[in-house]
Design a protein around this ligand. Sequence first.
Ligand SMILES: Nc1ncnc2c1ncn2[C@@H]1O[C@H](COP(=O)(O)OP(=O)(O)OP(=O)(O)O)[C@@H](O)[C@H]1O
Ligand SMILES: [Mg+2]
Length: 411
Amino acid sequence: MSDISNNNGPSGAQIIIKDLWKVFGRDPKRVLRKELREKSKDEIQKKTGCILAMRNINLEIQKGQFYILMGLSGSGKSTLIRNLIRLVNPTSGNITINGENITKMNHDQLLQFRRKTFGMVFQHYGLLPHLTVLDNAAYGLKVRGLPKGERYAKAMETLETVGLKGWEDYYPVSLSGGMQQRVGLARALTNEPEILLMDEPFSGLDPLIRRQMQDELVELQDKLQKTIVFVTHDLHEALKLGDRIAIMRNGELVQEGTPEEIVTKPADAYVEEFVRDASPAKVLTAGSIMEPPKVLLYAWEGPKTALTLLRSNKRNAAFVVDKNHILLGVAYDKALEKLLEEQKKPDKIPQAILKKITTTTEDTILEDLFPIIKAAPYPLPVVDEKGKLMGVVTTDQIFESISPLEGVNHD
Ligand SMILES: Nc1ncnc2c1ncn2[C@@H]1O[C@H](COP(=O)(O)OP(=O)(O)OP(=O)(O)O)[C@@H](O)[C@H]1O
Ligand SMILES: [Mg+2]
């Protein structure tokens, strides 16, 4: 087969889906003709007997992204994810992965590409009942022809990663649903795929186990940084896991964006219905609501200037930064006055009189700010990884931004 280059296409995305259509039924291409292509899914079905599963889908997925597909039953999520490995072939359109147009690959190229690039985890674990946990986890490597020692060593490693050490010699039947799904995940990871495809992997699990699996997947993804395409019906799962979410309806892509965009700016009534139960506190971040501080003191301007600035703004304290905008702490008027009374008159605000305070980062969700803000008397400073002050968040801002968009009673 031709060498699969690592060029991710001109747009830089790892997966590029362009004008993708899937119609099931006899002579499906006729549905793409002018007189039918704009018709509703129902109408197409009535006129032709064909089922429209995807209509003109365009989207891009970047390397390392956790990408969620959501939508009601029958909206085309599974069809889309299966198209990515051509378990289903598109009726029209192109899919480019790592710069390779997979819609143009022949059978052998496709087999090799699938094995090398993808790991797949399904809702119904799909384990082989007559194989042990270890053999199930090592299955993909066996197919690839790796020697036994090597594939077992790798499978042991991934089983440990998913928390199944000690279960290698058991058969799937003796494992709980959550554990079986871990084997499914281990099997996918053993191949060291670049891209993980997960079609409702946690839907069959009890809520508690499900949440635990989500947490573990978040942790795992932190380490692995794979590209993950993940189908779910569950909004909270989507918000917790996803970097981006695509919402489908009747085979069409209705909205695509970050969890925050989807929750705060639903494109239409359908999406609105989906996100109705979403708590903004779980998606809005400190970075999205922070404001510049009302008064900011610069250490090098000295205590006299600082005190004047505080007085003219009628404040008794403010944040102090250095020349690189690194947050040094909070200066109180009392401490500044005392310093000046002592006749020391340093030309810089000395570090010793500054009070250290709790900070937060731009990507912290509001829900995680509640306990901090409760304990802090001042606005909460938001800093970057170097300690640079990016903005401040106040209790008022937090409560304003999480109050429901509608439902305000003006009576
Ligand atoms: N093999 C097939 N033959 C005919 N129609 C199909 C086939 N697979 C899917 N469809 C149809 O395509 C549409 C999209 O189905 P798909 O399975 O992709 O939906 P989904 O969003 O994954 O739904 P669910 O949430 O129920 O899994 C549906 O109308 C379905 O009936
Ligand atoms: Mg499905």
